[in-house]
Design a protein around this ligand. Structure first.
Ligand code: AMP
Length: 278
């Protein structure tokens, strides 16, 4: 894995890769005040999250990377809600396409069912259609994309065409064994008519190994077994090494520890975003 850009704890503002005349004009001073930002966004100060984040959310264009179980989705959602950013999760989009039985969904289905990545071309086409459309997002947090170097290169090209620059790529870091522990905590009821699931860390059954609902025994699905998860973690590192290096070379990468409670991790992200990276 490439070394990551160190992030100091200061609260300086992020460089905007595409400053607009608005920031340079008369509205500049107004925009730099908390109230100004909240009014500008049409949100209350708390809703805008400005009290916590010293950057202009209107320029936030972020990518979240992290292994399965790093809490990437949770943090991306939280940030998008608090800062009014589009939360763009390719996994959700693909699941929805499958549910709606669209051509993309039909193509993606066998890959997703086997826990494999869908082909780059398919996911790139979906993302490109969204980012080239008339209502293209200008502030967003990407969750689950890009996952390969090919996807990162395609996304770079699309953003460049649209004159949109990225502000930061946040890598949520968790030790491998902690990932195994988090992901292997799921136990499923053996009774096929019940199928209840438990999480021995977050939602343990009242009696170890027994279903609270139907009292049948619990088992671990192959997918949830530590040895399977270890393989997935290895695959994650293999694929993401290139992606991390790519963004590191662009000076965009910041590493944030993803251990601790949700708010502590969120604070780490905010701190990383409030800091110029060298
Ligand atoms: P996620 O919800 O991010 O864990 O994604 C669920 C599944 O969707 C993955 O296991 C892949 O099969 C597919 N998927 C989501 N995003 C991508 C992507 N960027 N590239 C390839 N496959 C993806």
């Amino acid at each position: 894995m490439p070394s990551l850009v160190s992030v100091a704890g200061s609260e300086r503002r992020l460089r905007d890769p595409n400053p607009t005349p608005k920031l340079l004009g008369v509205g500049f001073v107004f925009l730099l005040t908390r109230a100004g930002l909240a009014v500008n966004m049409g949100l209350s100060e708390n809703k805008a999250g400005w009290a916590n984040l010293p950057n202009e959310p209107e320029y936030m264009r972020l990518i979240f990377l992290g292994p399965p179980g790093s809490g990437k989705g949770t943090q991306a959602k939280l940030l998008s809600q608090r800062l009014g950013l589009l939360h763009y999760a390719t996994g959700n989009i693909l699941r929805e396409a499958i549910e709606k039985d669209t051509p993309e969904g039909r193509l993606a289905k066998p890959y997703m069912a086997n826990g494999q990545l869908v082909p780059d071309e398919l996911v790139n086409d979906i993302v490109n259609a969204r980012f080239r459309g008339t209502d293209k997002p200008t502030r967003f947090v990407m969750d689950g994309y890009p996952r390969t170097l090919e996807q990162a290169l395609s996304f770079d090209k699309t953003l460049k065409e649209q004159s949109l620059g990225l502000n930061a790529v946040i890598f949520l870091k968790v030790e491998d064994e902690e990932i195994v522990r988090r992901n292997s905590a799921r136990w499923t009821c053996t009774n096929p008519e019940c199928g209840a699931t438990y999480n021995t860390v977050f939602k343990p059954p009242k009696q170890a190994g027994r279903c609270d609902i139907c009292q049948q025994s619990l088992y671990q699905r192959d997918d949830d077994k530590p040895e399977t998860i270890r393989k997935r973690v290895q695959l994650f590192h293999k694929l993401h090494a290139d992606v991390l290096r790519h963004y590191e070379q662009q000076g965009l990468l910041a590493e944030v520890s993803a251990t601790g409670d949700i708010e502590a991790i969120y604070a780490g992200i905010v701190n990383a975003l409030g800091t110029d990276r060298k």
